[in-house]
Design a protein around this ligand. Structure first.
Ligand code: PHE
Ligand code: FE
Length: 288
């Protein structure tokens, strides 16, 4: 989410563009397949069943970058959502407006072969592989609509940072408790083989039970693995707790600031795992 850039000339008023599926090169399709195969080595017992079912339902294993039109027709029949192509990050109001109308904006470009492990700007692999499978789950799909509507409302408060933390710690980096143990549903995790293992198995990060207000008070890392992951019990819990809470008093209280650091544990937390933070303390991704 961002605001500080201009709309490219070829984009429409709502920032959408044609995906240009026919223009992808063999090498670009190959990049998708390589990333897909790497993730399939780690996700089967780690990703949430709803995510894995979504990959099946949308037939995303057929090879190559998916054609958004074909995929959207299948997705629309399940939950009413479609995927629209955009040139990259879009302004907050544009992003929220798309979500509120069941359109997920996805970058149409794919990372270069020398950037397979880390990219700054979300590409088609992160946006489609990471986000779209969960949109086949009816409750999660409704949560994303509510988030878009809540986002439009939040623009009247100076509190985008706090609302963004909610997106970050759920849609991007959320974990869920299942009968088989902790599973991943966050798009930022499932699109990274290394963080898929780290988030569930490393001793370093905290794993703390979801608490809406607590999470909206918490700063987060955008340049490395998270120092804390929040664990929901169900998508119903996520949907109900956010939809039934009026964020206005919280926005007024927080004033767009965070009072907890990424690694903090608060007195009210239900701690599932208290992290050692050794990964972050040694410098994380930037360690010598
Ligand atoms: N209940 C939130 C508000 O009062 C809206 C919202 C719902 C935000 C769901 C995010 C997710 O603004
Ligand atoms: Fe994302």
């Amino acid at each position: 989410m961002n605001n500080h850039f201009a709309k490219p000339a070829h984009a429409r008023e709502d920032w959408t563009i044609d995906q240009g599926w026919a223009s992808y090169t063999d090498q670009e399709h190959q990049t998708w397949d390589t990333l897909y195969q790497r993730l399939m080595k780690v996700l089967p017992d780690r990703a949430a069943p709803e995510f894995l079912n979504g990959l099946e339902a949308l037939d995303l294993h057929r090879g190559g970058i998916p054609d958004f039109e074909r995929m959207s027709d299948e997705l629309e029949s399940l939950t009413g959502w479609r995927v629209v192509a955009v040139p990259g990050l879009v302004p907050d109001d544009v992003f929220f407006e798309h979500l509120a109308n069941r359109r997920f904006p996805a970058g149409n470009f794919i990372r270069k072969p020398d950037q397979l492990d880390y990219i700054q700007e979300p590409d088609v692999f992160h946006d489609v592989f990471g986000h779209v499978p969960m949109l086949t789950d009816p409750v999660f799909a409704d949560y994303m609509v509510a988030y878009g509507e809540g986002g439009l409302r939040s623009l009247r408060h100076a509190s985008l940072k706090n609302l963004a933390a909610l997106y970050w710690y759920t849609v991007e980096f959320g974990l869920i408790q299942t009968e088989q143990g902790l599973r991943i549903y966050g798009a930022g995790i499932v699109s990274s083989p290394a963080e898929s293992i780290f988030s569930l198995e490393a001793p370093s990060p905290n794993r703390i039970a979801f608490d809406l207000e607590r999470l909206m008070r918490t700063d987060y890392r955008i340049d490395d693995f998270q120092q804390t992951y929040f664990v929901i019990d169900s998508y119903d819990q996520l949907f109900k707790s956010t939809v039934d809470t009026d964020f206005a008093p919280l926005y007024a209280d927080l004033q767009g600031e965070f009072d907890l650091k990424p690694e903090d544990i608060a007195p009210t937390d239900t701690v599932i795992h208290k992290g050692t933070q050794t990964y972050a303390n040694k410098g994380g991704r930037f360690a010598a």
